[in-house]
Design a protein around this ligand. Structure first.
Ligand SMILES: Nc1ncnc2c1ncn2[C@@H]1O[C@H](COP(=O)(O)OP(=O)(O)O)[C@@H](O)[C@H]1O
Ligand SMILES: [Mg+2]
Length: 213
């Protein structure tokens, strides 16, 4: 158990370190990117499966539906932080053992991830606030769980950096919560934007290579 805790803390520390660089230099030049063209289906199923194992969720706790045929441009390690945070929240903000429903869909322009839980829900007046830095919602009926109020702030920043968007919806208290993430499809939409991401990644790679030499 101690080893497992150490590994969980290690992951947390690594993501905090990575994200502090991210926050320090919103200037993309300072960040290390590894944007690649991915099969959206492989990428997302892979990240979801890893999170289920890491969170030790029983098989029946998560339903996943939908298959994607598109490609997207993504930095896998940044998207991992996004998916891990959504799982972490769904577990923390459920009173009963978490039940998570994930749906992978697409529109002509976007790959859409719908991530729902059956937890404590979020009232409409709080729904926009939760993406702010250090924002936590104080509710007497909220499970007493620890947090920093940074997770969803990072989620929004990372998704924006991928040219995508994130939103939340909930029918209210104890009615569960759904996060919707839209990522641009490659190469149909925002072609110039995602080509820039790929170029940026290559430049960073060259800079790192020459630095290491
Ligand atoms: N799935 C969810 N269900 C209900 N409330 C949520 C959920 N995810 C996030 N929240 C609310 O949004 C706040 C901000 O979330 P987050 O940025 O991940 O910070 P943290 O989890 O560290 O508190 C949480 O404190 C909680 O009040
Ligand atoms: Mg969180």
């Amino acid at each position: 158990m101690m080893l497992q805790d150490v590994s969980r803390l290690n992951n947390l520390i690594n993501s905090i370190l990575k994200l502090s660089v991210f926050d320090y230099g919103r200037s993309a030049r300072r960040m290390k990117h590894d944007y690649q063209v991915h099969s959206a289906d492989e990428l997302l199923h892979g990240l979801i499966d890893e999170a289920i194992i890491q969170c030790k969720l029983p098989a029946e706790a998560v339903t996943i539906k939908g298959t994607l045929s598109q490609k997207c441009v993504a930095d896998r390690s940044w998207l991992k932080i996004v998916i891990d945070n959504l799982f972490d929240n769904a577990i923390k903000y459920s009173v009963n053992p978490a039940r998570i429903h994930i749906s992978l869909e697409s529109t002509p322009d976007e790959i859409v991830i719908l991530f729902s839980d059956e937890g404590i829900g979020i009232e409409s007046r709080d729904q926009q606030k939760i993406f702010n830095k250090f924002q936590r919602i104080d509710r007497p009926d909220s499970p007493s769980v620890k947090g920093t109020g940074l997770g969803l702030y990072w989620v929004r920043q990372i998704i924006r950096d991928h040219g995508g968007r994130v939103s939340v919806s909930s029918a209210g208290r104890n009615k569960g919560t759904t996060f919707r993430i839209g990522l641009p499809v490659y190469p149909v939409s925002k072609r110039r934007y995602i080509n820039n991401l790929l170029k940026l990644s290559k430049t960073m790679q060259t800079q790192t290579d020459s630095y290491e030499e």
